[in-house]
Design a protein around this ligand. Structure first.
Ligand code: PBG
Length: 324
């Protein structure tokens, strides 16, 4: 007798009925770069198809996000002026605060997530305050808390600290609660590796460190137990959702973390992953739709409840067309 697993693959209807992984547009989060200024809508060369918008131009892309029915948008601010302490990051009418206010005013039902970090705002490009040539963890915490509070005041539904300082989630939770913003969620980058896949993002945000690297605060790609430790700490400090980043090269980490925590886990499919697909497709070496859809499926299968991806809009639109 032949055992026939193939029978379950015999028609699309049966494959769809029995598949183990199901995606929905509501699980996708779309990262958007917002730069200071007016009437700006500029291409990002290393990330074809992605742009930097000034706050006044943001509604165009947000409207597409709302129509696509995705879960939310993750906003990154790029200020005109950078300084040692990243002070533009917490200015009440800074670029990110203005972007958040615009987004919530135009689309009150859209979930808006603010990136909380200093690297886009500091002249040295590091994610925290410096003491000499090293990033000083503890003095950075107060600043991050200020940034988070300013974003929550501007209307952010969720704040997402991507700085990798120890204790960031607890510091932000305390500050939010003290300011009466007990309902603001924290989506913490608990597990963020010192990855070379962030290259295109740093070009997009102008946030490459001017000296050294981020290996003293971001994680070593050789480790996975450390990921569980970081995740449990952030959950203990009050993280509502945790992020594992990057995406596809770290599926083992995603799965391990998912099994260890009792909060939703987001996978961030980062800029380098996006650009690799784009570059190969531009050469005709890969089929963009198929590869992007398969990547999303793999992240969901690996345990992602939420997928942060530069393909969020297309994925949601392709799903409506019956591709996924
Ligand atoms: C800022 C930040 C980075 C990314 C998200 N937040 C860059 C970095 O840590 O250098 C990378 C996102 C991407 O590559 O898409 N700390």
């Amino acid at each position: 007798m032949i055992v026939r697993p193939r029978r379950l693959r015999s028609t699309k209807a049966i494959r769809d009925m029995t598949c183990e992984t199901r995606l929905s547009p509501s699980m996708f989060v779309y990262p958007v770069f917002v730069r200071e200024g007016h009437n700006i809508n500029e291409d990002i060369p290393a990330m074809p198809g992605q742009k930097r918008y000034s706050p006044d131009k943001l509604p165009v892309i947000l409207e597409r996000a709302v129509k696509a029915g995705i879960g939310g948008v993750l906003l990154f601010g790029i200020p005109e002026h950078k300084d040692e302490t990243g002070s533009e990051a917490w200015r009440e009418d800074g670029v990110i605060q203005t972007a958040i206010r615009t987004a919530k005013r135009e689309f009150p039902g859209l979930t808006v997530i603010g990136d909380v970090c200093l690297c886009e705002y500091t002249s040295h490009g590091h994610c925290g305050l410096l003491k000499g040539e090293t990033v000083d963890n503890d003095s950075t915490l107060d600043v991050l808390a200020r940034v988070a509070v300013s974003q929550a005041r501007a209307g952010a539904d969720i704040v997402a600290p991507s700085d990798m300082m120890d204790g960031h989630t607890g510091a932000i939770r305390e500050a939010l609660d003290a300011g009466g913003m007990t309902g603001t969620l924290i989506m913490s980058y608990a597990v963020k590796y010192a990855s070379a896949f962030y290259g295109p993002f740093r070009e997009a945000a102008g946030s490459a460190p001017s000296f050294g690297d981020r290996k003293t605060y971001q994680m070593d790609p050789r480790n996975v137990r450390e990921a569980v430790k970081e995740a449990l700490l952030d959950v203990g400090e009050g993280a509502d959702i945790i992020i594992v980043k990057p995406g596809m090269p770290y599926l083992d980490v995603l799965k391990t973390v998912k099994e260890a925590v009792n909060v939703p886990v987001a996978s961030y499919c980062v800029s380098g992953e996006y650009s690799m697909i784009k570059a190969a497709c531009a050469n005709g070496w890969l089929n963009e739709k198929n590869v992007a859809c398969e990547s999303a499926v793999c992240l969901a299968r690996g345990g992602a409840d939420v997928i942060i991806t530069y393909y969020a809009l297309e994925l949601a639109e392709w799903m409506r067309e019956g591709w996924l």
